[in-house]
Design a protein around this ligand. Sequence first.
Ligand code: DGP
Length: 113
Amino acid sequence: MPCLFCKIVARELPAEIVYQDEHVTAFKDLHPRAPTHILIIPNAHLVSVDDLADEVAVNAAAQCLRVAREIARARGLTNGYRLVTNIGADAGQSVFHLHFHLLAGRRLSWPPG
Ligand code: DGP
């Protein structure tokens, strides 16, 4: 079955895209858990951090972190923000295309559940 997030990158599925370049796409989470909840993904399909086995893949993830920082700055998230990436079933990963959740706009509890 075609990957949901690959379809969002290709604009074959609707999403509120807030940033896109040749490496990365960022869009609003369908089920926001905080006032700001953006998903940042590499355009190339990788399953999770567990897939970062070579330099190209590691660079794709690093590009996501660059974009997270840029979005946080552009949105003035000076009180802080959290980046989360779930890896596998026990962590609650439900979409198997690497993504970083950028959460902000409220006090976030620690540790996560
Ligand atoms: P995770 O559980 O870490 O795999 O997070 C997947 C996130 O993806 C979850 O917070 C909901 C979001 N999501 C799932 N399907 C869609 C979709 O079609 N569009 C958007 N914008 N977000 C989605």
